[in-house]
Write a protein that binds this ligand. Structure first.
Ligand code: ADP
Length: 299
């Protein structure tokens, strides 16, 4: 196991931030730690990186105890903290050299991490001149300097614009090919985009721990379509993998499919074959988001 957490609790005075959390992560997994703000994600990440001590419970990272083998845990973990604190006046390469010095890492790896995090074109600039997306790359490069087994990334895409978001997600997936990754987020789509597995945390407790493909297997989708004319609902019910059809108003139909595959093309073909025009067509994948909302709010 790459990470094993056993009954970890953390109290800040009266505030119970974590309540007997347990899970384990195998080598090579990319796991999304998902929960609303204040759920306890950062607290657990700080405990796993030995920045904080738990009130109770134990954990091992890369086989080393967070209590008794802190140095070895720190050598095994690359950590990107929330809000990624950087020295803005430093040059990228200088900042990486500075960090290599602090952590007594061989500077020979710097060109390699610059390359693997796509920083090549920006390496000669001051960090303050970089976009938020490139600053995150600098944070990731720093976390990768000592070639750790495990990466712990606290909200790595918060504040990024949509293009930067896609780039950083791709980068995490690519560096995660040879590492175990635990990343926190409050966005369900992020987990779907990057992770093999999701652990949902709410008010300091785990409320769901599942592989993404297992969640997708139970996924439903609703296609909302508006035709230019009335359709017999039974004709739509006869399409493949349809569970039910509703006709909420006029020529608008809600078609419930029991598959995660995009079925809009099938609805389009149906309209074409029936000589109908489509005025609107939307697809909604509801299950994962609904699950997240249900698990994290109705408690
Ligand atoms: P998340 O990362 O999921 O947003 P946190 O781990 O930051 O959640 O916080 C969990 C809970 O612990 C919150 O209620 C937060 O207010 C509280 N908390 C976090 N850090 C401290 C601290 N240093 N002192 C007191 N309470 C804290």
């Amino acid at each position: 196991m790459s990470i094993t957490v056993q009954k970890i609790s953390k109290d800040y005075g009266q505030q119970k931030a974590l309540r007997e959390i347990s899970f384990s992560i195998e080598k090579g997994e990319i796991v999304g730690f998902l929960g609303p703000n204040g759920a306890g994600k950062s607290t657990l990440m700080k405990i796993l990186t030995t920045y904080l001590k738990p009130t109770a419970g134990s954990a091992e990272v890369n086989g080393f105890s967070i209590d008794r083998e802190q140095k070895k845990v720190q050598q095994s973990v690359g950590y990107l903290p929330e809000n990624n604190p950087l020295y803005l006046e430093m040059y990228v390469r200088e900042y990486l050299e500075f960090n290599a010095g602090i952590y007594k890492t061989d500077t020979a790896r710097i060109p390699e991490v610059i390359e693997s995090t796509g920083l090549g074109s920006e390496a000669h600039k001051r960090i303050g001149q970089l976009s938020k997306g490139y600053r995150q790359r600098v944070g990731l490069a720093t976390a990768l300097l000592h070639d750790p087994e495990v990466l712990i990334l606290d909200e790595p895409t918060t504040g990024l614009d949509p293009n930067q978001l896609i780039e950083i997600r791709e980068l995490i997936k690519s560096v995660g090919k040879n590492k175990t990754v635990l990343l926190s987020t409050h966005i369900m789509q992020e987990v779907e985009a990057i992770c093999d597995r999701v652990i949902i945390i709410s008010k300091g407790e785990i409320v769901l721990d599942k592989e993404i493909h297992a969640l997708n297997a139970g996924k439903r989708q609703i296609v909302e379509v508006e035709f230019d004319y009335r359709v017999e609902t039974v004709a739509l019910e006869n399409l493949d993998q349809v569970e039910k059809v509703e006709n909420p108003s006029g020529f608008i139909y809600h078609i419930y499919f029991n598959t995660s595959e995009d079925m809009r093309g099938k609805v389009f073909d149906f309209a074409h074959d029936s000589g109908l025009k489509i005025l609107q067509l939307h697809q909604k994948n509801t299950t994962l988001e609904k699950l997240f909302t249900e698990l994290t709010t109705q408690r």
